[in-house]
Write a protein that binds this ligand. Structure first.
Ligand SMILES: Nc1ncnc2c1ncn2[C@@H]1O[C@H](COP(=O)(O)OP(=O)(O)OP(=O)(O)O)[C@@H](O)[C@H]1O
Length: 405
């Protein structure tokens, strides 16, 4: 798919593409503001509320994404994540709802407004870069800029600047066949952003990259998204993408929102079994100080820096429950991180028992998980309510820069 979606132009009145029977829609040009000079809108960013049926499946959700924020959409296969993206791009029309970007109405089924896809100003970065094979990287990026009427030379200058921002400034002369997957995805990001979209959609942007390229691209996305003011929706299966890139998380299951909130809240205190399963990682947020993350309570978590952090900026210490050892007393003389917790839950997890521990801290390090053997649970005589220490080696803790969420 191209980075800026040019779907079928429905200004010919050909009607919805989803086969629904909604007649008489105005496929008005963008921006579609309400008659009479426009209503005063307090909210800006993306505001969407949609109900969309596809066969037996119904997607029904409401979400908001303020300017400059990233909303991660997580959910199992078939949950409706792609369907949400098609509703936002306008390639499928919801039977009920509204979509607004700042004070531009893209969809309002009540007032029969439906701005066609190519006039919505949506930038998409998909799993694969999908660059035009016969154009150089520079020309791929300049293409979208030229499409908005900019002349060749200034378009190429702007394209070069976007390549520089995505750390591919030295690759402008290469054709896509001469780029690695990670390099091509960086160029595709430059192309998506160069078109100055109103809304940026990231559809599994790291899932096709290999294990070496994905962390670097994740780090680049973190830096680039942190510098821009447009709202962004990120569909991902990888909870680490949400941790690093998203301010808020929305969890979909069978077309409905099962959880929605700040990334940290949703992933550290999952309210549904599904979210707990996908979360699957311990996450402690705070501010970066060298190779540690300092929590609001002053606790320092030691780890290895995966992507460079900036002192004083938000960062997360991430580690799997399998890396946690449980001690009845503070472990002595060891370089490990030891966090006092109260055991609040125990549940079977394959061959292990997952312990849920709650710290005395109200938010940033509130809920942690440890997977230990049933024999260890028995040996420690663990019961709900016990005060213990969760210990994790610094080598098992990955430190990432994160968005503020
Ligand atoms: N064109 C269509 N007609 C009928 N049903 C559809 C159509 N497209 C998708 N669906 C159904 O809608 C539901 C949601 O699909 P969707 O692709 O949005 O899920 P998803 O969360 O993106 O899944 P995945 O993670 O596997 O990509 C599924 O039950 C799917 O079978």
């Amino acid at each position: 798919m191209p980075d800026r979606i040019d779907g079928p132009d429905r200004t010919d009145g050909s009607g919805p593409t989803d086969g629904s029977e909604l007649a008489g829609y105005a496929t008005v040009p963008y921006p579609a503001n309400p008659p009479g000079g426009g209503e005063a809108r307090e909210e800006s960013g993306l505001v969407a509320e949609v109900r969309l049926r596809r066969g037996d499946f119904t997607l029904e959700l409401a979400c908001r994404v303020p300017p400059g924020e990233v909303l991660a959409v997580l959910g199992p296969n078939g949950a409706g994540k792609s369907t949400l993206l098609t509703a936002l791009t306008g390639s499928v029309r919801p039977e009920h709802g509204g979509i607004r970007l700042a004070d531009h109405t893209w969809l309002d089924t009540r007032r029969r407004i439906d701005v066609p896809t190519h006039r919505r100003g949506v930038g998409l970065l998909a799993q694969r870069a999908m660059l035009f094979p016969h154009l150089t990287a520079l020309d791929n990026v300049a293409f979208g800029i030229r499409a908005s009427g900019v002349r060749r030379k200034p378009a190429r200058r702007a394209a070069l600047e976007w390549l520089r921002r995505t750390e591919t400034g030295d690759l402008g002369d290469r054709e896509p066949s001469e780029l690695s997957g990670g390099q091509a995805q960086r160029v595709a990001l430059a192309r998506a952003l160069a078109a100055e979209p109103e809304l940026l959609l990231l559809d599994e942007p790291l899932s096709a990259l290999d294990v070496a390229a994905a962390p670097a691209m994740r780090g680049l996305l973190h830096r680039v998204l942190g510098q821009q003011r447009r709202p962004c929706v990120l569909v991902t299966h990888d909870v680490l993408d949400a941790v690093v890139l998203a301010d808020r998380v929305l969890v979909l299951d069978r077309g409905a929102v099962v959880e929605q909130g700040s990334t940290h809240r949703v992933l550290s205190r999952p309210r549904t079994a599904f979210t707990a399963r996908i979360a699957g990682l311990n996450l402690i947020t705070g501010t970066a100080t060298g190779e540690t993350v300092r929590t609001p309570r002053g606790r320092a978590l030691h780890g290895s820096v995966v992507e460079p952090t900036t002192p004083g900026e938000p960062a997360a210490a991430v580690f799997p429950p399998t890396a946690v050892a449980v001690h009845p007393h503070a472990p002595e003389g060891s370089p490990r991180n030891a966090i006092p917790v109260r055991v609040v839950g125990m549940e079977p997890r394959g061959d292990a028992i997952r312990l849920r521990g709650e710290t005395d801290s109200p938010d940033s390090e509130a809920a942690l998980a440890a997977d230990i053997t049933p024999a260890a649970v028995a040996e420690l005589g663990l019961r709900i309510g016990d005060e213990v220490f969760f210990a994790v080696k610094a080598t098992e803790v990955a430190i990432h820069p994160v968005s503020g969420g």
